[in-house]
Design a protein around this ligand. Sequence first.
Ligand SMILES: [Mn+2]
Length: 432
Amino acid sequence: MQIVTTHNNTDFDALASMVAATILYPGAIPVLPKNINPNVKAFMSIHKDILNMYSPKEIDFDKVKSLVVVDINSWARIAHVDELRKRNDLEIIIWDHHSNNGDINSAQKYYDEMGANITIMIRQLRKERKKLTPIQATLFLTGLYEDTGNLTFPSTKPEDASVASYLLNNKADLNVLSRFLRPAYGKKQKDVLFEMIKSAKRTKVNGYNICVNKLDIKGHVEGLAIVVRMCREIFNVDAAFGIFTDRERGRSIVIGRSNTEDINIGSIMQSMGGGGHSGAGSAMVKSAKPDAVKKMIVELIRGNQQASVQISDLMSFPVLSIPSNNSMKEAALILKKKGCTGIPVIDGGKLVGIISRRDFRKARKDSQLKAPVKAFMSTNITSVKPGESPMKVTQLMVKHDIGRLPVVDGGRVIGIITRSDVMRYFYDTLPD
Ligand SMILES: [Mn+2]
């Protein structure tokens, strides 16, 4: 007998991957874990007959000769088939898109770092020219959208998008999809979310805004990942973490969601014994001290992450500047010669203003060009520290409608960052 299974707290990508596996391995029996996400449960309640899933209790594990594991590569996450773990005559086939190496040993491993696991499986289904029903296409697209945040998560690959197009061609139903994809949060999740909103504190790490929430829970609470995701969106932070501590059991569940590749949730969770992708992940920590867990998260972001890009890496220097008693004419010459739109005005190493092309509109008469720069410069200066993130610069540029910011360290201008520097960063040097 061959069975197919996936991780507990089953999400749509996991369920979709299980169904895809039953097409790839005809006759294989799909075994669904007991804990499945609330929105998947809602989907199952209607599609139960068509999907024909088995519960672990219904399986005679002695008869299992082959195990297909989808969307995960960790024994801890498939504890419902733990009986098979010690078997050495078992064939194991893995389909996974999580970047951690995992602890299930298998000779047949289909791994690719796609936004969704279903993308890898559809690649194979198409190769084998398998036909999909509209319901299958709908479920697969729901999984794809959930794992890629409707193709917006940074982990999304071009192939995910082309698979979305393929599934829409195969009559995936967007009405059904949006009805179930919507996070089905109940009273328990709402209570947790409100608690988190009340106690949430924003912190700055490596120039990114993060939000770490500590909360006590009792026993198993479903859908905590949804709550953390909503928390990230509500607070509009780059990454949000939830530390859910069960004091009776002496452990904490850590869940993270990130919107930037510079804070890689997967590798942070891996360091804590869990796993995930760059955008989402979780870990079970044997500690009932949420403050210690929080410290660990912050330290992991600080140290273990690939050094995130700072303004000092992008800025131009040395800075072209002009003293405030030079004439407007001299300033105009520099701007023209260097082809820039503005320069900082610096007296004795200190930033006192900015003179830009715009300020010349105020100096209409020729005689006014003889006036010193300080008469026309703007003294309302917005500057930025070298340790800030490119995102912060973008926010300042939008807020103050300016295209260049002096980079100031200890009162001294050490560089200048322009719109084009930031653009170059966002378009060219995004990590793969
Ligand atoms: Mn997945």
